[in-house]
Design a protein around this ligand. Structure first.
Ligand code: CTP
Ligand code: CA
Length: 223
């Protein structure tokens, strides 16, 4: 759409978008991960680029096509994401964290394939990962705009508002992933844009349309 591409309201802005899922390795052939195709994050990347921003994406495992013509940093684990974000965040004007980060990792990553012990249960211990968005929020600079996502199955708004506060975000994009058209690996979403001033419910729309709504709201917040 020409009208979408004609805007340049993010010209000169440094925008960082995280996308996809982290993977936490158990052994050389196994890992734990979250649902995420990367589609929502990459839709924001495309929209921000079309509006003139200088875009960086930090992405984990994705099934969506990684956008070309922008700065791309690939990570695997939540710890790697944390390390990259602690380095990159201070340089950015706008940070949008759409990545699905594993809250836990395996306490130990085995160097060789773990063999099964027939007839025995296997117990694995998980260790908490750093909360990247919270850490980015803790070092937020004046003039930065931080946005997070919350994919919920119940108490969507209450959970999202709690995360907005806890992570020192300016906006959280909340979606109920049980709604048809709002789940994973689809081209549409149904979201609520939540700021300290209130909740804006968005109807079903494409991820690209939602990406522009999110950027519109960010531009408005920065005025
Ligand atoms: N997030 C993060 N680091 C984590 C977990 C989450 O940066 N270790 C970010 C996500 O990228 C997202 C936001 O925090 O922008 C909310 O993620 P979510 O999983 O919904 O929130 P949690 O705080 O992990 O709470 P819970 O999973 O218990 O609902
Ligand atoms: Ca989580």
């Amino acid at each position: 759409c020409d009208r979408l591409n004609a805007r340049s309201d993010l010209a000169g802005m440094k925008v960082l978008v995280t996308a996809g899922a982290t993977r936490e390795r158990l052994d050389p052939v196994r890992y734990m991960t979250n649902d995420s195709s990367g589609k929502m994050g990459f839709a924001i990347v495309e929209a921000a680029r079309a509006r003139g921003a200088e875009v960086t994406t930090v992405y984990g495992n994705v099934t969506a096509q990684v956008p070309a013509g922008i700065r791309r940093i690939q990570i695997e684990s939540a710890q790697e994401l944390y390390d990259v974000m602690m380095r990159e965040a201070p340089e950015q004007d706008i940070i949008i964290q759409a990545a699905a980060v594993c809250d836990y990792r395996f306490e130990k990553t085995a160097k060789s394939k773990i063999k099964k012990d027939e007839g025995e249960a296997l117990t694995l211990t998980l260790t908490e990962n750093p909360d990247v968005a919270k850490a980015v929020g803790a070092i937020k600079k004046k003039g930065q705009t931080l946005v997070g996502f919350a994919a919920e199955t119940d108490n969507v708004k209450k959970n999202a508002v709690d995360k907005l506060k806890k992570k020192n975000l300016d906006m959280i994009v909340a979606n109920d992933v049980t709604k048809p058209g709002a789940g994973f690996n689809v081209d549409t979403n149904i979201a609520a844009l939540i700021t300290k001033d209130g909740v804006e419910e968005e109807p079903l729309m494409t991820k690209r349309e939602l990406a522009d709504k999110i950027l519109d709201k960010i531009v408005e917040l920065r005025k």
